[in-house]
Write a protein that binds this ligand. Structure first.
Ligand SMILES: [Zn+2]
Length: 336
């Protein structure tokens, strides 16, 4: 099997350096939206072009296996062309989400990624530093940016399951950043992967019975900001698990129990601080599934995938545009 080597610059993509610098100064966060198929990618590009937002397109290892690396490279190039066709040449980054080895990071860099994450958060501290440095050296030689992670998030990310989270230690974050030279740092302040971010017993209930999760640890974020004022911070597991979609799924044959996410006002606050990218994956999955379930339930005779995927795509685009405007604050910043 031969895979053609290509630089992201030939695909018209951008790394994260400029994006994050502007986001840090401007008090907003860039969306980190994951995709696995054409409809999700179309929705992301349409929403970000419409709202004039820069965007980080994220692919996990699982997505790369699902969609095929050659297909994905052409899809990323297609995304750049699509934005151009819409009349908005927004900055687009292609980012590896949760890379777990030097070899995998290299293979992504060699096939058109403009940014990679090396997630060594589960490794012993010194080992995380050692491998992060190797990834960064290889990436920086090719003008690719690198996100690292410190502190463990609870929840499920692909096959990685962490039972409980460990908050990031701000002093360790400062030491880690200095020693590795990473371009951005994912930290753990109480976000969590998946659609069941918290157990009901960890939450409080409002008078109307809505579960409110424990607040994010803004004190940790502030300490990190003091020690590392120039470092772009990334929040993973930051979907809000929008109740409307959960309800729609459950009303149409689904069974999602106790789905709880991060309230959007807390994400808005983090975006105004030193958080430069907020990763949103579960909300996209929920929106798509909700619309597909509802459409198929309401119209049992349809069998053309365009009919339910098209509706799901439209809803996704609306949701992403709203996130850019109301949660991340990235709308209108593509041409800063
Ligand atoms: Zn993540």
């Amino acid at each position: 099997m031969t895979v053609r080597m290509i630089s992201y610059k030939q695909l018209g993509l951008a790394n994260t350096r400029d994006m994050y610098k502007k986001a840090l100064k401007g008090g907003y966060a860039i969306p980190g939206y994951n995709f696995n198929n054409m409809e999700q990618l179309q929705a992301i590009i349409r929403a970000c072009a419409e709202t004039e937002s820069p965007v980080v397109l994220q692919l996990s290892k699982g997505a790369r296996e699902y969609a095929n690396q050659t297909m994905l490279r052409h899809m990323a190039e297609g995304a750049v062309g699509y934005a151009k066709e819409l009349g908005k040449e927004i900055p687009i980054c292609l980012h590896l989400d949760h890379g777990n080895s030097l070899e995998f990071a290299k293979s992504c860099i060699d096939t058109g990624f403009s940014s990679v994450m090396f997630d060594g958060s589960a490794l012993p501290y010194e080992e995380n530093i050692a491998i992060s440095r190797k990834v960064i050296e290889y990436a920086h030689d090719r003008d690719v940016t690198v996100e690292c992670e410190l502190g463990i998030l609870a929840g499920i990310e692909e096959s990685v399951l962490a039972d409980k989270s460990t908050y990031t230690n701000p002093e360790e974050a400062a030491d880690f950043s200095t020693r590795t030279g990473c371009d951005s740092l994912a930290i753990s302040i109480g976000t969590s992967h998946g659609a069941n971010k918290f157990k009901p017993e960890q939450c409080t209930r409002t008078e109307t019975g809505i579960l409110i999760p424990p607040p994010l640890r803004f004190d940790i974020l502030e300490m990190v900001q003091e020690l590392l004022p120039e470092m772009p911070i990334v929040l993973h597991g930051a979907s809000s698990v929008i109740p409307e979609y959960v309800r729609m799924i459950n009303e149409n044959g689904g069974n999602l129990e106790d789905a709880i996410g991060i309230p959007e006002d807390q994400l808005r606050k983090a975006a105004r601080m030193n958080v430069c990218k907020i990763n949103i994956d579960s909300d996209g999955r929920l929106a798509m599934t909700a619309i597909i379930r509802r459409t198929l339930a309401e119209k049992p005779s349809i069998f053309d995938p365009r009919q339910y995927l098209g509706q799901a795509r439209d809803e996704l685009a609306r949701m992403y545009a709203r996130k850019n405007r109301e949660v991340l604050g990235s709308a209108g910043h593509a041409f800063d």
